[in-house]
Write a protein that binds this ligand. Sequence first.
Ligand code: NDP
Ligand code: 8X3
Length: 271
Amino acid sequence: MDPRNQFNLRYPRSNKINMTKISLITGATSGIGKACAERFAKEGYNVIITGRREERLQNLKKELENAFNIEVHPLSFDIREREAVEKAVTSLPENWQKVDVLVNNAGLALGLSPIHEGNTDDWDTMIDTNIKGLLYISKQVANLMVKNGLGHIIHIGSIAGRESYANGNVYCATKHAVDGLTKAMRIDLLPHNIKVTQIAPGAVETEFSEVRFKGDKQRAAGVYNGFKPLTGTDIADAVYYAASLPLHVNINDLLIMPMAQANATTIDRRN
Ligand code: NDP
Ligand code: 8X3
């Protein structure tokens, strides 16, 4: 059998074309995820926003509904808790179950230490959030997409998933895992008309470094000294671009860097 024909690809039912689309964005309380929620809402999507900080989710819901005349469904849970993730997705009201786009963005780095001095609690948190959390929500939402016969999963990877840098060991490993899962999921979900994309940024100025350095704002600010980093909006633009392409086109992978950053560790800080 010609392997190109093995999936008997089906295309979306025409009655879906004019329905309001839904995007589910994890980690929408800050940074890249918040910018993605804003961008999809601006484009007329109804959005499901997730994160642990309930008050921020409620504020964002008000803001987006007022600004863009769309609907927002906030879901507050810790993505590391498998049962909480399952409950959140399986209890979505029926009109929120046709998720067109899942943006797997929730994630973090904690610390920057050589392997023999690493904090093992921090390792667990990064692995549980960036890999296991991404898997838990992907399984649940992919199930909905398989039922719908269509979908798009977009992972926020990182330059840290392409290169390992000094003292970044476990964070870099989690983002290498996201890279591997992007490729694996694309294969598994191909027969179900589900696209899988990775958007991998270099330095983006968000709360990321403040989280990595556990509230040390001065050290966090130093990460972006002397050059113009990317913004959450720059990444949201790329995420939306990937999501907006025709059905037959998929962006497999995009590596997006600030102009001043050549690779994970070479940054021109003369400005
Ligand atoms: P922020 O710290 O600004 O945002 C992180 C988001 O992840 C928050 O909304 C946070 O929500 C959510 N999150 C973290 N842990 C959990 C958890 N246990 N359960 C649920 N949600 C969680 O950082 P960024 O916007 O920069 O990071 C977003 C993604 O981008 C991450 O995956 C990061 O690895 C990646 N990235 C970032 C880069 C950068 O330079 N900033 C570059 C490359 C990739 P809450 O705290 O409310 O739960
Ligand atoms: C975040 C970018 O370079 O701090 O993924 O790892 S970096």
